[in-house]
Design a protein around this ligand. Structure first.
Ligand SMILES: NC(=O)c1ccc[n+]([C@@H]2O[C@H](COP(=O)([O-])OP(=O)(O)OC[C@H]3O[C@@H](n4cnc5c(N)ncnc54)[C@H](O)[C@@H]3O)[C@@H](O)[C@H]2O)c1
Length: 481
């Protein structure tokens, strides 16, 4: 198996060769790769569109699956509106309880997992055991125990699971990787990383299933998986030891009262104080949003607009983490979900200088909530040589979701994969190291003691990484000042 979980073209070749014989391959149209998707919420839309529209030539959606029959219907309608003029096969609909039957009947090449985080492992393991490839949304999973199940299933089936870390593909983050790979600041000794969520986007995590640690793993898993993966990938190294502190002090019943509300309530839609509360989300204001969530509440009782001040919330809103890496670097990271702006600052301190990178993002929440936009979206990459002059670089740009990252990634997954010197295609090995920092941090929140990553899951192996500067490279003497 190569560094990619599976190579689409190689897969098609193999399937074609078995069916029609090698000599016919050159002339026969390549068979479409068959997918099923589990979890028909908002994130699935990106995959539905990619498979049934943008990349429909080589791909086919054979089935969709969800616990909520209403959302299955909503997804089916969305696909019908998307399908190209020449048809494409309408996907079959299956309830989650019929997942195994779906696999048997539709025989997919690949299962895509886009349901809530804590359920990923179950579908990943069943897909692998059924002989399918698997692509999962981040986070790979939510706990070390679930990670172990996935590790064991990968080993048992001699397969990797593709984890779509879309953040790696955003052009400015790829540019930072390029600078680090090229040794522009030598080898990295330490990293300072702050991620800020504002009170619109940040608050939204406290309304949804994300606010229950048993389902999302908390923000250390659900959100920080992106950030820890970025650092792991940027450094080309694996985390060894984690220390962390976390608390929830803003999204609390007490804060509702300090802001002048009588109390927290169940949800926005029926809130008696909606006129006074600026965290109010009108779930019926946006047509798509209403169709996806509000209209389907009757099937499973899930409210997408729960009060952000509910006492049952058990995730943190303020987190600080320190990580020691195998190659020697240390990371100091913070995540804060109630900030004045949205985005991040990161600095890499190297033997030849420092890279500072920041992005100010517009923190959007749909469904009619006031959509805060930063004065302008600001992206910055600055290189400062030791004792040298700072240089602001022109930042690489792209278009599409997540700063242009989604487009590049989808092209690689569903279109024509090109060799990638940055090694952005990630599998479960990167997925583990990313979520295990978060899992270790969650454990630190409870015990206060540092956690060794190697104590969490056994049999981990290293991800494939791009070559990076090493601790043995010569280092130029800094200029006299
Ligand atoms: N890469 C990214 O930037 C990004 C962005 C958003 C979401 N995500 C990930 O995508 C996944 C889905 O998030 P979302 O925002 O679409 O959530 P969502 O709440 O909009 O949708 C989740 C869907 O899963 C269904 N579901 C719930 N339990 C299920 C089960 N046991 N089996 C099958 N289906 C089940 C729900 O009915 C719903 O339709 C999550 O893992 C999330 O972390 C990734």
């Amino acid at each position: 198996m190569t560094d990619l979980t599976f190579d689409r073209r190689a897969m098609l070749k193999t399937a074609g060769a078995a069916a029609v014989g090698l000599s016919a391959i050159a002339t026969a149209a390549a068979p479409r790769r068959k997918y099923v998707i589990v979890g028909m919420g908002s994130r699935s839309r990106m995959y539905l569109t990619a498979i049934t529209k943008t990349y429909q030539d080589g791909n086919e959606l054979v089935a969709i699956c969800d616990t909520n029959p209403g959302r299955l219907e909503t997804a089916a309608k969305f696909v019908a509106a998307n399908l190209s003029k020449d048809g494409g096969v309408k996907p079959k609909k299956y309830l989650a309880a019929d997942f195994d039957r779906m696999i048997k009947e539709t025989k997919p090449d690949c299962v895509i997992v886009t349901c809530p985080d804590a359920y990923h492992d179950d579908y990943i393991v069943r897909a692998l055991d059924a002989g399918c490839d698997c692509i999962t949304e981040k986070p790979l999973t939510t706990t070390p125990e679930k990670a172990q199940r996935i590790a064991d299933a990968c080993k048992r089936n001699n397969r990797h699971v593709r984890v779509l870390f879309n953040y790696r593909y955003s052009p400015p983050r790829t540019q930072v990787k390029d600078l680090l790979m090229n040794g522009v600041i030598g080898d990295v000794l330490s990293v300072d990383f702050q991620w800020l969520l504002n009170t619109l986007h940040g608050a939204d995590y406290f309304r949804r299933w994300h606010s229950q640690k048993a389902i999302s793993g908390g923000l250390m898993i659900h959100k920080s998986t992106h950030h820890f993966d970025l650092v792991n990938w940027w450094l080309g190294s694996e985390p060894e030891v984690v220390q962390a502190y976390g608390k929830r002090e803003y999204y609390t019943p007490k804060m509702a009262q300090r802001m002048g509300l009588k109390s927290h309530h169940e949800r926005c839609h029926t809130c008696p104080e909606k006129d006074k509360c600026t965290f109010f989300l009108d779930i019926t204001a946006d047509k798509n949003f209403k169709e996806l969530y509000f209209d389907n509440e009757k099937h499973d009782g899930y409210f997408r607009d729960q009060c952000v001040f509910r006492p049952e919330i058990d995730i943190e809103d303020t987190m600080n983490v320190i990580v020691k890496y195998r190659m020697g670097a240390t990371l100091s990271y913070s995540l804060n979900a109630m900030n004045a702006w949205e985005g991040y600052n990161i600095a890499f301190n190297g033997t030849k200088g420092r890279i500072e990178h920041s992005i100010v993002e517009g923190g959007a929440v749909s469904a009619g909530a006031t959509n805060y936009q930063a004065d302008q979206d600001r992206e910055r990459i600055r290189v400062i040589p030791l004792r040298g002059k700072p240089q602001d670089l022109e930042v690489w740009t792209g278009t599409g979701g997540h700063g242009g990252g989604d487009t590049v990634m989808l092209n690689e997954v569903f279109g024509k994969a090109e060799p990638d010197k940055y090694k952005r295609a990630a599998d479960e090995r990167s997925g583990f190291y990313s979520i295990l920092i978060g899992a270790a941090a969650n454990r630190c929140f409870e015990t206060g003691a540092a956690v060794k990553i190697s104590d969490l899951v056994t049999g981990l192996t290293s991800p494939v990484v791009a070559p990076m500067p090493t601790r043995d490279d010569p280092v130029p003497m800094p200029l006299r000042s």
